[in-house]
Each structure stands twice: as structure tokens, then as C-alpha cells.
Design a protein around this ligand. Structure first.
Ligand code: NAP
Length: 248
């Protein structure tokens, strides 16, 4: 199946649940063909079945983004199949929290590999097609932790701060070809990632959020959809926090 010539194609990593699932739903609603990527193919199929039934154009790709060869091949296969890749959202992310003095090298490396290196690999694989089309939107999901740090997240904060620096550099390299690259930096958002927080920690966190609540995946997805749209063509190299005011 190839997409109609006027239909934009989006590639969203971590699209099976949480923020990524909300992004997949939003971009599909915005009439894009959306490729949702995650490891768990059953979970992906469940999300996409509902969207397909509702008439949306979506497909699943089961890949571990930590495998750079498989990820690059996945991006290239989508470009080959559809003849284009307009929007890349690097959203897949993991945490391996712990105090930095006790952190194992593997917990540092795993987080950098999934949160930062995979985004680099996907951006590089997607860029040529966007440059050729003289239109492209790269949106990397960073975090408030990459902006202000977070105790217990030295690996995660480093990966997200790295993502921000990488995105700004890509934005500078690709601006001449009308390809934009931006970060969205969510604050505490209600997903599986934050469901593990004990109630007393959640209460303390909410006190640090000026808007006094966790965000929803849809809060983040709306910003991603805007950055992916025609309306955001003059925005590049930015970090937009969707964090209830936490990092202001
Ligand atoms: P989540 O609920 O844990 O979902 C993570 C998604 O990434 C899932 O679809 C998961 O699917 C996929 N994923 C994880 N490892 C993967 C791998 N190796 N290969 C392919 N897919 C993988 O996370 P979330 O809370 O929605 O977070 C999404 C993004 O927002 C992350 O980058 C996170 O750092 C960022 N963020 C989240 C918050 C928050 O409070 N939730 C705050 C700031 C930033 P599989 O497990 O099936 O692979």
C-alpha cells in the first residue's frame, strides 16, 4: 500500500502507549499516514486496530530502537514504501533511575542508547528524504529533566540535555532546506513511566508544578501536532516545554 501523493507520512517511535500513542492518534486525526514503532507488536496492533476501524491510515513497525541497524533499515523501508517521510517524532524513551554515585555503567549506557543515540540514528536516516522534498519536521521528545536536572536521573537528564543540543545542531544544518528540528520537553505526564511513583512523591512533585497537576499525553501530543503542521514552518531549533510551568 502506498500513500496518496498529498498525504504526509509520519514516523513515531514509542507509539504503542503513553505520550507516543497520543501523538500517533493526534497525527492520524490530522490526516497523516502514521507509522507507529515499538517493541511490543501486540500492543501496537491493539492501538492501530481502533484507528484503522475509524478510517485512519496507520501502520505498525515492531523494532527495538536500541538496535541502530534495524532502526535505520526501518526508516529507510518506510521511505522506500511511501516515497517520502515528512515527520519524524523520536519519542521512545526509558528511565533507569538511581543516585549517580551508585549508578552502574550499564544503566547510564542503556538510557543514552535509547533516548539519544536512537534519535540520532533515526534523524540521520530520515534527513535525506526530507532534504530532497525541501520539507520536513523533526520533533524530539526531551524532558524537563534535560532542562533543570533531576536528582536520581543523571543518565536520563544527560540523555535529554544531549537530545536538546543535538536537535539545535540538526536545526542549524537543515534549516537551508526548509527542514525544521525542535524539541518538546514534557514535565510530569500521566503514563506508565510515572505510574511507578509512590503517592507521597507524586504529592511533592505536584507542589513543584505551578499549574498543580500532572500533564496528560494529549497535552504533549497537541504541541507535537502543531510543530508537525504547516503552521510551524518558521519555528526551528526550539525547546517547547509542556510542563505546567515547572521549568520556567
Ligand atoms: P512510556 O509510557 O513508558 O512508553 C514508552 C514507549 O516507548 C512505549 O511505546 C514503548 O513500547 C516504547 N519503547 C521503549 N523502549 C523502546 C525500545 N527500545 N524500542 C522501541 N520502542 C521502545 O513512556 P512515556 O511516559 O509515554 O514517555 C514518552 C517519552 O516522553 C519518552 O521519551 C520520555 O522520556 C518522555 N517524557 C516522559 C515524561 C513523563 O512524565 N511520562 C516526562 C518527560 C519526558 P515498547 O515497550 O513496546 O517498546
Amino acid at each position: 500500500m502506498s500513500t496518496p501523493p498529498d498525504k504526509r507520512v509520519a514516523f513515531v517511535t514509542g507509539g504503542s502507549r503513553g505520550i507516543g500513542e497520543a501523538i500517533v492518534r493526534q497525527l492520524a486525526n490530522d490526516s497523516m499516514h502514521v507509522v507507529a514503532v515499538a517493541r511490543n507488536s501486540e500492543k501496537l496492533a491493539g492501538v492501530l486496530a481502533g484507528l484503522t476501524t475509524a478510517g485512519h491510515s496507520v501502520e505498525a513497525l515492531s523494532i527495538d530502537v536500541g538496535d541502530g541497524v534495524a532502526l535505520a533499515a526501518g526508516v529507510e523501508a518506510i521511505i522506500e514504501k511511501h516515497g517520502r517521510l515528512d515527520v519524524l517524532v523520536n519519542n521512545a524513551g526509558i528511565t533507569r533511575d538511581g543516585l549517580f554515585m551508585r549508578m552502574e555503567d550499564k544503566d547510564f549506557d542503556d538510557v543514552i542508547n535509547i533516548n539519544l543515540r536512537a534519535a540520532f540514528v533515526a534523524c540521520r536516516a530520515a534527513a535525506r528524504s526530507m532534504i530532497r522534498a525541501k520539507w520536513g519536521r523533526i520533533i524530539n521528545i526531551a524532558s524537563v529533566s534535560g532542562l533543570i536536572g533531576n536528582a536520581g536521573q543523571v543518565n536520563y537528564s544527560a540523555s535529554k540535555a544531549g537530545l536538546i543540543g543535538m536537535t539545535k545542531s540538526i536545526a542549524r544544518e537543515l534549516a537551508g532546506k526548509q527542514v525544521t528540528a525542535n524539541c518538546v520537553a514534557p514535565g510530569f505526564t500521566t503514563t506508565d513511566m510515572t505510574d511507578v511513583l509512590p503517592p507521597q512523591i507524586r504529592e511533592k512533585v505536584v507542589e513543584l508544578i505551578p499549574l498543580r497537576r500532572f500533564g496528560s499525553p494529549a497535552d504533549v501530543a497537541h504541541m507535537v501536532a502543531f510543530l508537525a503542521s504547516e503552521h510551524a514552518g518558521y519555528i526551528t531549533g526550539q525547546v517547547i516545554a509542556v510542563d505546567g510551568g515547572m521549568a520556567m
